[in-house]
Design a protein around this ligand. Sequence first.
Ligand code: AMP
Ligand code: MG
Length: 311
Amino acid sequence: MNDINIAITTLLSGEPVAFPTETVYGLGADCTNDQAVEKIFLLKGRPSFNPLIIHVLNLDTALKYGEFNRSALRLAQSFWPGPLTLVVPLRPGNNISQRVTAGLETIAIRVPNHPVALELLRRYPNPIAAPSANKSGYVSPTKHEHVRNEFHDDVFIIPGDQSCIGLESTIVDCSDEEVAILRPGFITKTDIENFLDMPVSEKSSTEAIKAPGQLKHHYSPSLPVRLNANNVLPNEALLTFGSNELTSDVMLNLSPTGNLDEAATNLFDFLRALDKTTSNINQIAVAAIPNIGVGLAINERLQRAATPKSD
Ligand code: AMP
Ligand code: MG
């Protein structure tokens, strides 16, 4: 049986399946099955108030579950399949588990641009609710080994390549006339503003889900992270970017040529790798990353990674 067949049987039986997408690996459950969705929250240790994104094959399917205003329709038509999640009002009379939406009247929907994810969605009868396939608060996975390292044999994994974008999707709230970015990503606020030809605000997704301040610490390695480093302390590993003078015995360069897309692809893989170094490393120093384009999303993830766990 090929991996997609196994995945379908597994999902139908109410068990989770991890699968590759172009952003990060997802931990999927049948979004009509309460118990299956509950397992995702348990496996991740994710707070139940934090709703999940549903993954669908195309806009036609998305329209069965969400009410798309003009902005939402235009964004979906232009950016799907792709690394963009739209939050729209939940269409009444749907069969989505309330655990997916955490009881909200809105739903987050995405069409991933990855052949394996699309094949799974083409063959599976229901949308698949899928957060990133990592323990809640840890760094998102961009390789199937990352998922295996965290969940071992508890989860069936459809193996695939490294996620090429490497950052979670941009989340755009289109549930009101005013469009707001809830999470920055590869598709930037400027991309959305230029496309819609209107100003777009920025809100935290915790504001949108009305659970203020809960999720500030996120995407974090076990080791503390020190940002905008212009020196390296003893016992620090170094995550650097482009050409600068900084060096350490334990170091990785997100993009020696200073390419922000490449840096995004490598970010979570390299954070995980530095977090697992066996030498006397007790902190990760991160060189400054230009705060432009996809650099804005990279810096947002790094900021969260550097937020202490007690926060
Ligand atoms: P993750 O699954 O970890 O990529 O996170 C999904 C993100 O989508 C979380 O930050 C949620 O808060 C956000 N999200 C999902 N559904 C909604 C919704 N209905 N309204 C606002 N944000 C949402
Ligand atoms: Mg996540």
